[in-house]
Ligand binder design. Sequence first.
Ligand SMILES: Nc1ncnc2c1ncn2[C@@H]1O[C@H](COP(=O)(O)OP(=O)(O)OP(=O)(O)O)[C@@H](O)[C@H]1O
Ligand SMILES: [Mg+2]
Length: 429
Amino acid sequence: MKILIVEDSKINQYIARDTLLKYEIDCEIDYATDGEVALQHIYDKSVDLVLLDIIMPKLTGLQVLEHLRSSKKSDIPKIIMLTTISDSTTLKACFDLGASDYIKKPFEEMDFISRINSTFREIENERKLKQNAQLLESQNAKLIQVNESLQEAQYHLVQKEKLVAIGELAAGIAHEINNPLAFVISNFTNIRQYVDSFEHFTKTIMNKVDDPALTFDEFKILASNLWEKSDMTFIFEDFPELITDSQKGLDRVAKIVNSMRNFARLSDENYFEYVDINELLEEVFIVVNNEVKYIATLEKNLSQCPPIYCNKGQIEQVFVNLIINAAHAIKGHTYAGSGVIRVETIPEKDYCIIMICDNGSGIDSDNLNKIFDPFFTTKPVGQGTGLGLSISHNIIVDKHQGKISVESQFGEGTCFKISLPYSHEVSTS
Ligand SMILES: Nc1ncnc2c1ncn2[C@@H]1O[C@H](COP(=O)(O)OP(=O)(O)OP(=O)(O)O)[C@@H](O)[C@H]1O
Ligand SMILES: [Mg+2]
């Protein structure tokens, strides 16, 4: 520690120095005999503790304190006043101006040393505190940085999860569209042949109508033979069926495309509207159909709920996540062909309840409280990101003030229950 003794009396300087030496106080000592020199020393050199006389030539101790205070110097040393004055008003003024203690003159050894020691401890503690505060500050800055990069990473992962989901679904959707399209195309090949046969039949008949060599009976036989040969009875039966079938196929393609278009509107996350949950579920069923149909039967028990004020794309994403999870849980289980995913809607007073239950693998009770955590997955590396349920939880609870809960029997199946408020005011009350 560095001590500056500011004292105009040489005798007092010596006494102070000798006492410090006698008690082996670990310090470097400098001296000043008036206020001006003292101030200069404090500004120019580093000092930890100043022993400051009050009555001195040029500047008094009080004036030195005033100077220091108005200087805005950031590292003002600790100051102990040295005083013969027992005038409490002056002492109070010293404390108000920043002095931390006082020692009475003539010095009493024990009093002198113990005050110096306790001030040293104070200086030491303040240093440690400052260091800790600096450390905390830099750790805090690092944490903010880490937090920012984590948020960015999470954003990218969420985007990736969406892309993976859309990618997986897109393959299924292509298949879904391909089926009806394939039979519409095959129907049209038949329709083309029928039209050709019909054209051939009509043209042949029309050519014979005006043939004077033909009697009416001969014409009738010819027409009847041609009718048989051209398979016209079958064509007339099959033709409307082909048209109806093709119509159905094209309707299905239109429906799938429409569902996909609605699903793709996911991006507008702040757009809320009143939505019929059952209609939305029907769209979801089309989107997930290909993922589910070879694994499980989709049982629907939909009761009419009043419209829900929600972001359609996000709620759709939740249902898709849950149904696909259910399909995966059934696929990994031994229910060959007997998998069931039951989707139920139940109108309650303030909430529409949506149950999505399966008879798949169930969830181990140890994992039950982890499944909504981001990145929790029991799927093999590279197959699940473990974000589906955490995103769903965020959408239902944070974005829609709803609830989501799960019940599961390991080995038997799982039920997710979603409660969506009809209006957000109800749920917050
Ligand atoms: N219906 C269910 N039956 C059994 N386990 C389930 C079911 N739904 C979720 N889980 C468990 O919860 C975990 C987390 O599900 P989540 O949807 O968040 O991620 P994931 O399906 O593993 O991966 P991702 O959805 O990102 O492809 C799953 O790995 C699975 O262990
Ligand atoms: Mg999932």
